[in-house]
Design a protein around this ligand. Structure first.
Ligand code: HEM
Length: 355
């Protein structure tokens, strides 16, 4: 873990990061993060069995986001919540998973789950049931970043979908609460194999999307959090006149719909929405990273691609582990109707066998 000293000079930090985590040009225009890919994942994993998967996902999301760009934020967050709890195995998509009923997941957007199932239908109708929901979600998160103006990075694929549910309270243990301070953030990210730079870069996802009053009311009531700038406090108090008032505000006041580095400028102006956001600037271990990202959007984009690739590799199932779900919201063993119809298709000579 980096020390406060190593982050105290932004310029030194920038050189260090560029040397250590440089990105090379991938196939076509995508950047490929210089991260060791875990066994079983590969760039171009679906080259032979579903070469059009990335085009299918991207073109459907283009339609979705042209109607409502907010859905990009929902999908990006859904991927993070999937990966932090029991790895990127699509468990958060399961209707029966206890994680769906636990507080941190109650504000996931219902539309995100519908979009995921539509994407699966599109992909499986073209290729058969060979692409996992966890891979589709990883691509959807990447495309959410791309379509809102962020980096376009290559994604290693080959994840399999989980067949087990997380245990009760695991979402509370693995996800960071919005009232958490940097020590807890660094600890929880480290448990998933990510460092403090990754934590700051991934918090930069809050450059898009919204938050409800209940997620930051401890900063407004009974008194203003002293680390919140006064005019920003006044704006938030107008949106949230009472602690659990049912309203929402943008996470990035400067450019709410654009994936850029202005979230870090917000933090430097003490206009971060959550304690977990603002404390990244208050804490000297991470302040230098925040300043570097605020000063250099390219550096933020490169670091974000690295951190997303790491997050997308957390505890993944590959090879013969798990399964390819025939519906994203159900394990195949809970989905008897679809299994029967696939077996029937096989008898009739279809090439779509369940894997
Ligand atoms: C320090 C860790 C993090 C904390 C404490 C945190 C907390 C939260 C909370 C409380 C919300 C708003 C919930 C609501 O009130 O509706 C939110 C929204 C969001 N989070 Fe995070 N988050 C963290 C990390 C991440 C990561 C790693 C990503 C993605 C890479 C992410 C992406 C988002 C996005 C895009 C939204 C907006 C969602 C929407 O508009 O529907 N967050 N986060």
């Amino acid at each position: 873990m980096a020390t406060a000293k190593s982050f105290s000079t932004p310029i030194l930090f920038i050189s260090f990061l560029l040397a250590g985590s440089c990105l090379s040009s991938a196939n076509e225009t995508k950047i490929k993060a210089n991260v060791t890919i875990v066994n079983g994942l590969a760039y171009g994993f679906y080259r032979y069995i579903c070469p059009q998967v990335e085009v299918l996902v991207r073109s459907y999301l283009r339609q979705v986001f042209s109607r409502d760009v907010g859905q990009a934020a929902g999908l990006l967050r859904l991927h993070a919540h999937d990966c932090f709890v029991q790895g990127c195995d699509g468990s958060v998509l399961l209707d029966k998973s206890i994680e769906r009923t636990e507080l941190p997941n109650l504000s996931l957007r219902p539309e995100s789950f519908q979009i995921m199932e539509t994407l699966r239908q599109i992909v499986h109708s073209q290729c058969g049931p060979v692409v996992s929901c966890s891979d589709i979600l990883t691509l959807a998160a990447r495309d959410s970043v791309f379509y809102t103006g962020g980096p376009d990075y290559a994604v290693p694929l080959g994840r399999r979908d989980g067949v087990t549910f997380p245990r009760p309270n695991q979402t509370f243990e693995d996800l960071v609460a919005p009232f958490a301070k940097t020590t807890e953030i660094i600890t929880k990210f480290a448990r998933k194999g990510m460092n403090a730079i990754d934590a700051v870069a991934l918090s930069g996802a809050h450059t898009i999307g919204i938050a409800h009053c209940s997620s930051f009311s401890e900063r407004l009531f009974p008194n203003r959090d002293p680390t919140m700038e006064i005019s920003f406090f006044n704006i938030l108090r107008q949106v949230c006149p009472a602690p659990n008032f049912n309203a929402a505000t943008s996470l990035d006041i400067r450019s709410p719909f654009r994936f850029d580095n202005l979230y870090f400028v917000d933090l430097m102006n003490r206009q971060g929405v959550f304690t977990s956001d603002q404390d990244l600037f208050e804490d000297l271990r991470t302040r230098g990273v925040v300043i570097s990202f605020a000063a250099n959007q390219l550096l933020f984009f490169q670091s974000f691609a690295v951190a997303m690739t790491k997050m997308g590799s957390v505890e993944v199932l590959t090879g013969a582990q798990g399964e390819i779900r025939s519906r994203c919201n159900m394990r195949n063993s809970d989905n008897i109707n679809d299994l029967v119809s696939v077996v029937e298709k096989d008898h009739m000579g279809s090439s779509f066998a369940m894997r």
